[in-house]
Design a binder for this molecule. Structure first.
Ligand code: LLP
Length: 432
């Protein structure tokens, strides 16, 4: 039970056998706001942010910043929270830039990523961002043309080191056949283009993948990036972003959460030593976490509609699934859960938890031991804060869940539940 509870946000308590988060009773929130319901614990967000600040502050002697990867989950409140922590927000394209701008983020708090940025993405980045991370030579060519009429934000070049971290194939990004970034030769060509066109080249970025626990492969990326930095001739005031991707635990059977300190120190020590060896000045160091900042703060709450017996399986069929959390369907991700009431009840059966969508792959949990659960009861799935809602869909007309921020007994709506009207809003004028 303790192992399971440690997957939940820091403020989680079981009081009179009922789940409470952020000082709020989860059952009461579900009754007020409906299900599926996503809850974010402010204390957990702040604690993860504080750890990044602390370990970076302790291990990096130069300038540093944390760039929150908005792709994990972005809405105005989260963008404002990130800014309040002193963080920059990494936005992929015009849509996420629009969210950051609506939240009032100034240019210097916005970095723009993207592997195939459209003209609209580039225009939005020029209008609102402090930095654009250039993925490829075609994009750089477009920016060089735009630079004739607009002044550009600072540019970093995305380097593809040719090595990935150890993780699911779908979330590896640094290998040489990956669609992301530029090879060493392409980077050198890009530097030439920047110099010929007087573009504000300020740094290098690379990202080798997401949800890894062993930082070792980053050593290779760091070495190659520093070799390049030396060749480019970066001197004072340059930036290096070795991406994000630090892993987290999703299930009590996973290895425990790998210590953040190990990751931050590994990156800092390797860059310090590498700069010294090459006679490079220390760059501004940027870490770019998404999941390890927000995943554990988020909990998804569902209502069990049907308990169904099939050959060899007991199904709990709940009111959400692959439309709000496609991660089991996409990556085979393994989740855990607790019942919201009688939360400490000992398991008496093994169940599978499926959603309401018309696909056999619409399963959130395969085979988990749980106490007997009645129809209409609530279950809570921890570690739901990253890459659920940001990858959510309207499959089968699903309306995206409401999202609450819980803080000291107060619940604030960060995003309201979508309505059927939202589903028809984009229909052509003849149907309006
Ligand atoms: N920086 C860049 C350039 C990235 O592409 C990513 C993630 C991050 C930072 C943040 O990685 P994080 O710290 O959140 O792991 N949908 C997948 C994850 C895709 C990650 C894409 N890029 C999942 O649900 O596991």
């Amino acid at each position: 039970m303790d192992k399971k509870l440690s997957l939940f946000p820091v403020s989680t308590q079981i009081i009179q056998d009922k789940l409470t988060i952020g000082g709020c009773d989860v059952r009461t929130l579900a009754d007020q706001h409906g299900t599926p319901l996503y809850l974010y614990d402010r204390a957990d967000l702040d604690s993860a942010a504080g750890l990044y600040r602390r370990f970076l502050g302790e291990s990096w002697p130069g300038r540093w910043s944390v760039t929150y990867a908005g792709k994990a989950f972005l809405c105005a409140s989260i963008a404002q929270w990130a800014q309040g922590q002193g963080f920059i927000v990494d936005c992929t394209g015009a849509g996420e830039i629009g969210i950051a701008v609506s939240a009032g983020l100034p240019r210097e708090h916005i970095v723009v990523h993207g592997v195939n940025k459209s003209a609209e993405d580039l225009q939005a980045a020029i209008a609102h961002a402090g930095t654009i991370v250039v993925d490829n030579l075609s994009e750089l060519g477009r920016l060089a043309k735009l630079a004739k009429s607009d002044s550009l934000p600072e540019l970093w070049l995305r380097f593809q080191p040719g090595s990935s971290v150890d993780t699911h194939a779908y979330t590896q990004t640094g290998h040489s056949s990956s669609k992301f970034g530029m090879s060493r030769e392409q980077i050198l060509e890009a530097v030439k283009i920047c110099r010929e066109n007087d573009l504000p080249l300020k740094g290098l970025h690379f990202h080798q993948g997401s949800q890894f626990r062993d930082p070792e492969p980053l050593g290779d990326g760091i070495d190659k990036a520093l070799d390049l930095a030396k060749e480019i001739g970066f001197k004072d005031d340059w930036h290096l972003s070795p991406g994000g991707g630090w892993g987290i635990a999703y299930h009590e059977d996973d290895l425990p959460q790998p210590p953040l300190e190990m990751y931050v120190r590994f990156v800092a020590e390797n860059i310090k030593a590498g700069c010294k060896k090459r006679g490079l000045t220390l760059p501004h160091l940027h870490l770019e976490p998404g999941r390890s900042l927000v995943a554990k703060a988020g909990v998804a709450v569902y209502r069990v509609g049907t308990v169904k017996q099939t050959a060899g399986k007991t199904w709990l069929l709940i009111d959400g699934g692959m439309a709000d959390n496609p991660r089991h369907a996409l990556y085979g991700a393994k989740y855990s859960c607790l019942t919201v009431e009688k939360a400490t009840g000992s398991p008496t059966q093994v169940v599978s938890i499926g959603g309401p969508f018309c696909e056999s792959g619409d399963v959130l949990i395969e085979q988990i031991p749980l106490r007997a659960v009645e129809e209409d009861e609530l279950i809570a799935i921890p570690v739901s804060g990253a890459y659920h809602l940001s990858m959510a869909s309207n499959y089968n007309g699903a309306r995206r869940p409401a999202v609450l921020l819980l803080d000291n007994g107060q619940a604030r709506v960060m995003q309201s539940r979508e309505t059927t009207r939202d589903l028809t809003r984009r229909d052509g004028p003849e149907n309006a």
